[in-house]
Write a protein of this length. Structure first.
Ligand SMILES: Nc1ncnc2c1ncn2[C@@H]1O[C@H](COP(=O)(O)OP(=O)(O)OP(=O)(O)O)[C@@H](O)[C@H]1O
Ligand SMILES: [Mg+2]
Length: 299
């Protein structure tokens, strides 16, 4: 079965799609069969970043039942023979706000995709759809820039993803847990306290689930002046969320990135010698190490 890597962020415009597109190309160059899936249902644009300006099929064709299987929407890309794309949707209000059952069906379809790796670009924000698409993956990657608002949104996103993960685990385990899930939570501690009251093993189970949640961080648009205190962020997440955050890569702010976007070609192909491309290569190496280490896969 394919390894699913989800790429998300709290704040929009931080570079999720360029990171997803470039990592997909580099993984394909490493011999992996890759599918780049665009699940940013509000602002799908990955296809443009890889040069497919008018995709003949998109996720809309699957969601509107014109195409039976999600994999049938995947299209080869001329930029690499190992790379296919599932172009996103968002052209209609219905597809941008798909009902719960449709989302479940879509998530299940990912299990049937034959590939080595599926890279999923997820929309910004903390809606249930965004969190559930993020959490369906085996490897969770969050992108942030050094901008303080981006770091705050990243913290909020990871906290809410952790809460959603614990609640989903309780729901699949026990119908009684509906009561647990039907409340609103602002902190992980609150969830743990309520989980502890549900049954005796509740708190331990919730804590184990949180510890197994180990999202990876890609810092984008880093400059000499604008950096993030990653150890402080890690400590904050450890204390208030529970899991470990791992720094997967740091990509510099680089005009070659913007030029590549304007040329509809991923920067690793458009300007392979650029600082951004070099950093994306290093990030892919770190990602391959994760993929080769089954213990780092989300439970
Ligand atoms: N490292 C970088 N250096 C310079 N410019 C960058 C860099 N990363 C991204 N950009 C610029 O930021 C723009 C937005 O990137 P991208 O579309 O990947 O963000 P996003 O997080 O996917 O946005 P959205 O939330 O709208 O989906 C790109 O078009 C590019 O011009
Ligand atoms: Mg995007």
């Amino acid at each position: 079965m394919a390894s699913i890597i989800s790429i998300a962020s709290g704040k929009g415009g931080v570079g999720k799609s360029v990171v997803a597109a470039n990592l997909s190309v580099l993984l394909a160059q490493q011999g992996k069969q890759v599918v780049l899936a665009d699940l940013d249902t509000g602002g799908a644009d990955c296809h443009v970043l890889v040069g497919l300006l008018n995709p003949p099929l998109t996720l809309t064709d699957y969601l509107n039942h014109g195409v039976d299987r999600l994999i049938d929407v995947a299209q080869p890309l001329p930029i690499h023979p190992n790379l296919r794309i599932i172009p996103g949707t968002g052209d209609t209000l219905a597809t941008a706000n798909m009902p719960y059952a449709q989302k479940k069906r879509l998530i299940r379809q990912f299990q049937d995709i034959e590939a080595d790796v599926i890279v999923v670009d997820i929309g910004a924000g903390c809606s249930y759809h965004t969190l559930d698409f993020f959490l369906m993956a085996d490897y969770h990657v969050a992108v942030a820039t050094p901008d303080p608002t981006s770091v705050l949104d990243l913290y909020r996103f990871i906290k809410l993803a952790a809460i959603r993960r614990v609640l989903s685990m309780f729901i699949t385990r026990d119908v009684m847990a509906e009561g647990l899930a039907n409340r609103d939570y602002s902190s992980v501690k609150e969830v743990l306290d309520v989980a502890g009251k549900t049954d005796t093993s509740g708190r331990t189970l919730a804590e184990t689930t949180l510890q197994a949640f180990q999202p990876a961080l890609i810092l984008n648009r880093a400059t000499g002046r604008a950096r993030v205190n990653v150890s402080q962020l890690k400590a904050l997440l450890k204390e208030y969320v529970g899991g470990n955050l791992m720094l997967l890569g740091e990509i510099p702010d680089d005009p070659a990135m913007e030029q590549a976007v304007r040329a509809y070609v991923p920067v690793v192909l458009h300007a392979p010698a650029s600082p951004a491309a070099a950093a994306l290569n290093r990030t892919t190496e770190a990602l391959l190490q994760l993929l080769n280490n089954p213990s780092s896969k989300a439970a």
